[in-house]
Design a protein around this ligand. Structure first.
Ligand SMILES: Nc1ncnc2c1ncn2[C@@H]1O[C@H](COP(=O)(O)OP(=O)(O)OP(=O)(O)O)[C@@H](O)[C@H]1O
Ligand SMILES: [Mg+2]
Length: 323
C-alpha cells in the first residue's frame, strides 16, 4: 500500500545573488498513516525546505524537482486550486513562530473559524462553535474569552496552542510541525510537545516533527531521519538510533544533547567544523571534512542510497559505526 506521504528524489535549488544554493538533494522519504517521524539536523540542512516544497510554499527563486504524492495523488507542481484540496485540511503545518503565523488584525475566533468555513464549508456559527471546542481541547484556558482576543494579547505558549488547534480543526491525516517549540520559553516547550503527543494519540493523525534537537523528537516519534547538507544520511527507529547510531554525523549529534552531569565544559558539547557551503564540490560524503573516521574514498565516492521507510536503515556512510 502506498504511504500517506511519499517523497521521491526531491531536490530544491535556490538562485540567489547569481549563485546556485542546493538546499535539498535527492531526498526520498515516506510517512505512513498514523506514523510519527522526526527530522533532525543542523541549521541549514534542508529540513524545512523538504516540507515547504511538499506544501507548495517555496519562495519564487526556488527550482524544485522530484515527486511528492499524498494519499496516492501528485501534489508537487499541481496548481494552487488542486493543492488547496489537501493543504490546510488533510495536510497541515505548524510553524516555528506562532506570532508571524497568525494574522495580527483578526481575532483568534475569526482565524480559527475561517479555516472551517473555507476548507470544510461550515457556516460561521458552526465553525465558531467548533473553534471554541478546539481551543478547549488544546488546553487554552477560558476559550470563550480567547475567541475575541487578538494574537498579541496571548502569550507565546498560548499562541502556539492556537496554531496547533488550527492545524487540527479539519482532522488532518498529517501534521508537519516545524520547530514548534524553538521560539518558546523552555518551561513552555515541554507542555507543547506533550500536547502534540496527546493530540496525536487522540486524533490518530500522522506527525512529522522537525527539530534541531534529538532530545525533543525522541519521545514523540517512531522513526527519526537525520539530514545533513540537504540529504538524508540516516533513518532508524527512535530507540534504535539512540542505542546505535550508524552514521558518524548522527553519533556527533547525539553527543550534542546537553547533559546536567559531568564536568561543566562538557555539558553542552558542540559539533566541530562547518557544513559545506554553496559552491563547495558535491562529491562523496558531505560530512567527510568534519568526520574523524573519514578515509580518502569518503571524499570521492557516495554509495547508492537505499529506500527509507519502516525501520529500515538508510546509511550514506562507507564505514558505519561498529555495533
Ligand atoms: N529564499 C531562499 N533563498 C535562498 N536560499 C534559501 C532560501 N530559503 C532557504 N534557503 C537555503 O536553503 C538551505 C536549507 O534551508 P532550510 O530552511 O531547509 O534549513 P533547516 O534545516 O530548516 O534549518 P533551520 O534548522 O535553521 O530551520 C539553507 O542553506 C538556506 O540558506
Ligand atoms: Mg527550518
Amino acid at each position: 500500500m502506498e504511504p500517506l506521504l511519499n517523497i521521491e528524489d526531491l531536490s530544491v535549488d535556490y538562485t540567489h545573488g547569481g549563485m546556485e544554493i542546493p538546499a535539498v538533494r535527492q531526498v526520498s522519504l515516506a510517512v505512513a498513516a498514523r506514523e510519527s517521524v522526526g527530522i533532525v539536523g543542523e541549521s541549514g540542512s534542508g529540513k524545512t525546505q523538504v516540507f515547504m516544497a511538499a506544501m507548495g510554499l517555496l519562495a519564487a527563486n526556488a527550482a524544485v524537482r522530484g515527486r511528492v504524492r499524498f494519499e496516492g495523488g501528485d501534489i508537487l507542481g499541481v496548481g494552487a486550486e488542486s493543492l488547496n484540496r489537501v493543504r490546510g485540511s488533510k495536510l497541515t503545518m505548524v510553524f516555528q513562530d506562532p506570532m508571524t503565523s497568525l494574522t495580527p488584525h483578526l481575532t483568534i475566533g475569526t482565524q480559527l473559524a475561517e479555516v472551517l468555513v473555507c476548507h470544510a464549508g461550515r457556516s460561521w456559527r458552526e465553525a465558531r462553535n467548533a473553534a471554541r471546542h478546539m481551543l478547549d481541547r488544546v488546553r487554552v484556558p477560558e476559550p470563550e474569552r480567547r475567541m475575541s482576543q487578538y494574537p498579541h494579547e496571548l502569550s507565546g505558549g498560548l499562541r502556539q496552542r492556537v496554531m496547533i488547534g488550527m492545524s487540527l480543526l479539519c482532522e488532518p491525516l498529517l501534521v508537519i510541525a516545524d520547530e514548534p517549540t524553538t521560539a518558546l520559553d523552555v518551561t513552555v516547550q515541554a507542555h507543547i510537545i506533550d500536547l502534540l503527543g496527546t493530540m496525536r494519540r487522540e486524533l490518530g493523525m500522522a506527525l512529522v516533527l522537525i527539530s534541531h534537537d534529538l532530545g525533543v523528537v525522541a519521545g514523540l516519534t517512531d522513526r527519526i531521519l537525520v539530514m545533513y547538507a540537504g540529504r538524508i544520511v540516516e533513518s532508524a527507529g527512535a530507540a534504535e538510533l539512540f542505542q546505535q547510531a550508524r552514521h558518524p554525523y548522527t553519533a556527533e549529534l547525539l553527543k550534542c544533547i546537553p547533559s546536567l552531569t559531568g564536568p561543566r565544559q562538557q555539558r553542552m558539547p558542540t559539533l566541530l567544523g562547518q557544513p559545506p557551503r554553496p559552491g563547495d564540490p558535491d562529491e562523496g560524503c558531505a560530512f567527510a571534512p568534519r568526520c574523524a573516521r573519514a578515509a580518502p574514498r569518503c571524499r570521492t565516492v557516495r554509495p547508492p542510497l537505499e529506500d527509507a521507510g519502516g525501520s529500515a536503515h538508510r546509511v550514506a556512510c562507507h564505514f558505519p559505526l561498529p555495533s
